[in-house]
Ligand binder design. Structure first.
Ligand code: ATP
Length: 324
């Protein structure tokens, strides 16, 4: 193999730049040319490429976002779009591709590989941590730290005014950020998509806190929680049922996707980038690199897509005990 391409696709996540850097530097180390594809599959369809050398990726290990930009591409969902993409790869003599993204990006990669037998390796990059085959996705640790830092600040104002805050964190289908940031920031209740704990339970718990002398509280809510109410409706519901509480809402939003990656994410990105290039040079394809018990491993991309995720029950129990 003489030329490998790398792209970032789907939602951006801190650590993507560190992964690009790692892929590029590993290519340079093994004397393979490296091409960056701008804007994910959209740039692939348009042939929007740039040659990357070891020096092109100076000073990006600490940067949030992605220098290659990211996009969602409707065109790549069509046969014609993928045909155009393949033409550009052939024209440029690119022989394999590293896709940094989430499960949607991996689905696209698998379909492309089936159609054109084109070697692809995936690096899981999403703040949601909802990918089977790795204990951590790129960006998750940074997003968690950002959420905890923000909730800490909300706690200061909550306790000064004896208020109850509902804080919404990212996670439409996965409660990893909510559960871990919730435990890390000492939340009273944590509402996640995986478990329906029931609104009565939350009311009971908040009532009990008041009785036992807590004057302020934080409830962390994942975007996709199962209560059937959004964060504003939840706040209203509690206000109506527990008039003794002064309730406020804070939605953390896109700040959770940004910022300088944590050391953990930088190290993870560096390890996964090197592994992805080494797998390609070993003639492997359709694999996703990941972390398990702090070892770098690989899983078939198909398995990673359909594997699903499960929530840590022990952590839920710890969270319960902490609200005593
Ligand atoms: P995140 O988890 O952060 O949302 P993602 O990689 O899952 O990241 P998606 O928007 O789901 O993000 O997917 C990224 C891109 O992958 C899509 O815009 C599309 O171009 C491509 N893709 C997804 N599913 C398919 C598919 N079934 N066929 C072809 N391409 C697809």
């Amino acid at each position: 193999i003489k030329k490998i391409a790398v792209m970032t696709s789907g939602g951006d996540a801190p650590g993507m730049n560190a992964a690009i850097r790692s892929v590029v530097r590993a290519c340079a180390y093994y004397r393979v040319n490296c091409i960056g594809i701008y804007r994910g599959y959209e740039g692939l369809i348009e042939g929007d490429f740039i040659e990357l050398t070891a020096r092109s990726v100076n000073n990006i290990i600490n940067k949030g976002g992605t220098i290659l930009k990211s996009a969602r591409s409707e065109g790549f969902r069509t046969k014609e779009g993928r045909a155009q993409a393949y033409e550009h790869l052939k024209e440029n003599e690119i022989e394999a591709m590293v896709v940094i993204g989430g499960d949607g990006s991996f689905t696209g990669a698998v379909i492309f590989n089936e159609e054109y037998n084109f070697p692809v390796i995936g690096i899981p990059g999403t703040i949601d941590n909802d990918i089977f085959g790795t204990s951590h996705t790129l960006g998750y640790d940074t997003a968690l730290n950002t959420a905890v830092e923000a909730i800490d600040k909300i706690r200061d104002t909550a306790s000064s005014h004896n208020r109850l805050f509902f804080v919404e964190v990212m996670g439409r289908d996965a409660g990893f950020i909510a559960l871990n940031a919730g435990v890390g920031a000492g939340a009273e209740e944590i509402l996640i998509p995986e478990e329906d704990l029931g609104l009565d339970r939350m009311l009971e718990s908040l009532k009990k806190s008041r009785r036992t002398g807590k004057s302020s509280s934080i409830v962390v809510v994942a975007e996709g929680d199962r209560s059937g109410k959004n964060v504003y409706e939840l706040a209203k519901y509690v206000e109506e049922n527990l008039p003794e509480y002064d309730v406020r809402v804070s939605v953390l939003g896109h700040m959770q996707r940004g910022g300088s990656p944590s050391c953990f994410d930088r190290v993870l990105a560096s390890r996964l980038g090197v592994k992805s290039v080494e797998l390609i040079l070993d003639g492997k394809t359709n694999l996703m690199v990941g972390l398990k018990n702090n070892e770098v491993i690989s899983t078939s991309i198909a398995e990673a897509i359909k594997g699903g995720h499960s929530i840590n029950q022990e952590l839920l129990r710890v969270s319960d005990i902490m609200t005593t």
